[in-house]
Design a protein around this ligand. Structure first.
Ligand SMILES: N=C(N)NCCC[C@H](NC(=O)CCC(=O)O)C(=O)O
Length: 448
């Protein structure tokens, strides 16, 4: 029996979760801007998913939210005085900047980092590179704290290697695991790392979207592959179809998901689908017939339906060899074409045998489905034993975090509330307590 596994580390939704329309190119974010949010419900919806997956026997971890509103960023932008003076000035003179430094966007931990399991790396350690998320200001301020939290979770240098984010400039735009998939037979064995990018930054003649930004570059992926010490023949690159980015597919995980020997993707996801298939099969090598390419045709599900339902922003989880469950958001059940497709999928002979549906409406309204909320970390048994056990979901932690949310979170938040100095105090009090629950040490600036 192989005990290597894929752990999922979900981002716990922070106390300032709100809708500010910060993500140009992300249709849900733009459509819901200015709507009131419910941070308490958002955090609880995420916890329910984590607990359900832990109960099913999956290794499930928690990544802490960041300090928001982020006063150090406001100081860097020239605001000065006490914390409440800074909030008041920012609210008056730059409300959108205040909204940006208050976003709870670190909940989408598929964007936290790119992770290469030890089976793929030259030095046999698990490698992490926090994503610079440079395309959006509110996300570009995440990587330092993300790095600190990942280090506090995966501490042991014998097993875990932590890199700095790539240079924070468009040429190396990096959105992390949202554009990275690993295929393998067993999780501890050498696999294929599949990097999907939106454009080549240094080749201006190459195709790129016209309307919305390509957030992630080929050059960023190549840099990560180099620093993680990946074997070049086991790395595959593919470009996203620029037209789907222009339709609102701002990350590849909105239109494709993969796990072990299965790639589940939409017909229009890639610029060159034939090449993507050929390259993956070539890297997979022998036993190509055991690699499942599950292509969803436009006739069955349109790109618009993918964006509306987040069909592909699902978690594809192995329950043993050749048996996978697909974790989808409630929006899939409500979309007739998507639901019909999913029912035919499980009735057919793909490795996907069951669909599980979760209500993640609060996160979905900002463009974040089940897959956005998790960072996958394939681990051997020794690596599992070396990680910080206080971050792993179980009955006790579930209860503790629900009580913690009840004590510290509001159930309504409007953009205007972000200027409330009391919200900053509530958020810091909550996070200070959380670092003790998760045994993270001091990972926030306000704790230093
Ligand atoms: N697909 C993956 N992996 N992640 C989803 C990230 C959603 C996030 N939304 C936001 O940041 C919206 C925040 C706001 O508008 O308030 C983003 O666009 O980066």
């Amino acid at each position: 029996m192989n005990h290597a596994t894929e752990a999922n580390f979900d981002g716990l939704v922070g106390p300032t979760h709100n809708y500010s329309g910060l993500s140009f190119g992300n249709v849900a974010s733009l459509n819901n801007s200015a709507r009131p949010s419910n941070p308490k419900a958002a955090a609880k919806q995420g916890l329910v998913k984590m607990k359900a997956l832990a109960d099913l026997g999956f290794v499930q971890g928690v990544l802490a939210p960041h300090e928001r509103p982020h006063i150090p960023s406001l100081r860097r932008l020239g605001f000065s005085g006490s914390d409440s003076e800074i909030l008041a000035q920012a609210a008056k003179h730059a409300p959108k900047i205040l909204a940006a430094v208050s976003s709870a966007s670190c909940m989408w931990t598929a964007n936290a980092a790119t992770v290469s399991p030890s089976g793929d790396t030259q030095d046999g350690r698990v490698h992490f590179t926090p994503a610079n998320l440079v395309n959006k200001f509110h996300r570009s301020i995440e990587h330092e704290t993300t790095g600190a939290i990942l280090k506090a979770t995966f501490k042991d240098e014998k097993h875990f290697a932590h890199h700095s984010a790539l240079p924070s400039v468009d040429h190396f735009g990096d959105e992390g695991a949202a554009n990275h998939t690993r295929f393998c037979d067993q999780y501890n064995e050498q696999g294929i790392e599949f990097f999907v990018y939106g454009m080549s930054a240094f080749d201006m003649s190459s195709p790129r979207p016209a309307k919305f930004p390509a957030r992630h570059t080929l050059e960023a992926s190549q840099a990560v592959a180099r620093s993680h010490g990946l074997t070049p023949s086991q790395v595959v690159y593919a470009q996203q179809n620029p037209d789907v980015i222009d339709a609102g597919v701002f990350h590849n995980d909105v239109i494709a998901v993969g796990n072990r020997n299965a790639h589940f993707y939409h017909q229009e996801a890639f610029l060159d689908t034939a090449k993507m298939k050929q390259d993956l099969l070539a890297a997979w090598g022998e036993r190509a017939s055991e690699f499942h390419l599950i292509e969803v045709p436009t006739d069955a599900v349109s790109v618009q339906d993918c964006i509306q339902s987040y069909l592909f922003n699902s978690q594809l989880l192995s329950r043993g060899d050749n048996d996978m469950v697909l974790v989808v958001p409630g929006e899939c059940e409500n979309n007739p074409a998507v639901w019909a497709y999913l029912n035919s999928l499980v009735a057919g002979n793909s490795p996907i045998t069951e669909i599980k549906v979760f209500d993640l409406k609060q996160s979905m309204s900002n463009g974040g489905g089940p897959a956005c909320l998790r960072l996958r970390v394939a681990l051997t048994q020794a690596e599992q034993a070396a990680l910080n056990p206080a971050t792993l979901m179980n009955d006790t932690l579930f209860q503790r975090l629900n009580t913690w949310v009840d004590a510290h979170y509001r159930d309504t938040l409007h953009e205007a509330d972000l200027a409330d100095p009391q919200l900053l105090i509530e958020s810091r009090t909550a996070l200070d307590e959380l670092t003790k629950i998760l045994e993270l040490g001091s990972v926030y600036e306000f704790q230093k």
